[in-house]
Ligand binder design. Sequence first.
Ligand code: FES
Length: 400
Amino acid sequence: MEHAKALDVFAEDPNVGGLAAWTYDNDEIMELEKEMVFRRNWVIAGHVSEIPNAGDFLTFDVADERALIIRGKDGEVRAFHNLCRHRGSRVVDSDYGTCKHAIVCPFHGWSYDLTGGLRGVPMPHTFPGLDKREMGLKPVDMEIWHGFIYVRFKSDGDGMSVAEIMADVEDEAAMYRMEEMVPLSDRYRTEYDINWKATVDVDNEGYHVPIAHPSLDDLYGETYRDESLDCGVTRSYGTFGGKQHKLWSVRNYTEILPEVEHLPESHRKAWLYLGCFPTNNFTIYPDSVSFYQFLPVSTRRVALVGRTFGLPDDRREMKLARYLANRIDKFTVEEDIQLTKWSWEGMRSSAYDDFFLSSTEAGVRAFHDQMRQALPVMTLNEAPEPGTVAAVNAEMAESA
Ligand code: FES
């Protein structure tokens, strides 16, 4: 599938360097990234199938923000800050759960209804100035895109919707019926001692696949193509079958995978990746869709978070195919984490200069361009004086 808006990021600016090494290891940059990147962009919080019934909720934390996504008695999904209006406690303390009729804060017991309104407080006579109508849970921007729930903690009332950002891949995403999918795995969260941008860098290009990912390379080989679309989405696509696959998981996966009849021929034997700034990623097989993200925990620590979904299908061969697809992904993640560690360690070496990107690494360049746009201070080759990074960034943003 060709996309009319495929972008050649090197045509206008042939800069083959990357973000300066200091930006990967600076606590002041981390604070700016929380504010300008993670609070002000859409991030995937979950999928509607994770909260199927009234009162079901899930939570999502990033960048010192905490979201509570809950389904109301009317069936609507709503998002709030997971923040009690009394003294700031979490109002729910688990990743998933169900509140039958009310959300009750575990600290002093303030209770909220499923639409976020403050319902009651213990000892109300001790709060003479309390207006319950003003003290409901604070809403968070939320949008559901093909069943996936995105939240945005700060927007100033503007910015593109998820649907607008993903418009170029809308038709392709619709083929998979992701909104009808159900969880095939538990949600996972694994932390690594790496800066989050280094993990995104490795994820954003396929140049390394023939060398570093034997399973993926065996799966789609030379059919693989990367595209950076001018809406900020990165798309990769490769096909399989029609050749002798060498590796056990890949060979069996391609042989066992049953026909997925709702997909067109172009996607029945295809592997697809869709990535969107800052770190909303989908790996899509004909049988399943996995989302995953690299979320900063601190400057030097990242959490890999994700979950796999698929259409309900009890066929034995489908279950086997899904197991094998998951096995291929598991190898790929382990390989990528090792590459990321080596790359990030290298940035702290006295011999490190810069990236020297090829045209096949346009996804890395596109990600860096988006970071530079969000934080102009990242265009500097050397770090500003300690304690001045935010001020320098503000000055540069002002004069841009
Ligand atoms: Fe929630 Fe006090 S902080 S009831």
